[in-house]
Design a protein around this ligand. Structure first.
Ligand code: C5P
Ligand code: MG
Length: 156
């Protein structure tokens, strides 16, 4: 098969005093961050699941069970790199990534350049292969962050 599509999503509760990680970038001066077993980077978790789904390799909970103390507070970048490795092993490369992050506060557009810069480097993509949309919940879900990601893979 020449192409494979993958979709993933993730949600985390927000709590004050925690760092807010979005796409391997820490948003400075955020009033809250994700409550999680790992660093709670919802965008990376959704992206990692999208990659695993595209190559039919299960989900991140199977590869990194949150009941396992080894993965406590682990960087989500480590999870993503493992998924990238599985994609490469299956003989595929990423054509493009399209993601949506739903978060009421803080605004993410001011950090867009940094997020895209950091994440495109980890993915070894050019910036025009990484599309990100930021949305509020219009006050309907102020206490949580949600990320949804689709990826298109092409046979190498
Ligand atoms: O959710 P809503 O459509 O009202 O968001 C308006 C715009 O605010 C978005 O298109 C996006 O550019 C920006 N936004 C942001 N950071 C968020 C949520 C939205 O920069 N956390
Ligand atoms: Mg998560």
């Amino acid at each position: 098969m020449e192409f494979r599509i993958g979709y993933g999503e993730d949600a985390h509760r927000l709590s004050s005093g925690l760092p807010l990680w979005i796409g391997s970038f820490c948003i400075e001066k955020s009033p809250h961050g994700a409550v999680a077993h790992s660093d709670g980077d919802a965008l990376l978790h959704a992206l990692s699941d999208a990659l695993l789904s595209a190559v039919a390799q299960g989900d991140i909970g199977q590869h990194f069970p949150d009941t396992d103390e080894r993965w406590k507070n682990m960087s989500s970048t480590t999870i993503l790199k493992h998924c990238l490795h599985l994609v490469a092993q299956a003989g595929y490369g990423i054509c493009n990534v399209s993601g949506v992050v739903t978060l009421d506060v803080p605004k993410l557009n001011p950090s867009r350049t940094e997020i895209v810069d950091v994440l495109s480097k980890i993915l070894d993509l050019s910036e025009n292969q990484l599309g990100l949309t930021f949305k509020t919940s219009e006050g309907l879900a102020t206490g949580h962050i949600q990320a949804r990601v689709t990826v298109l893979l092409g046979k190498l």
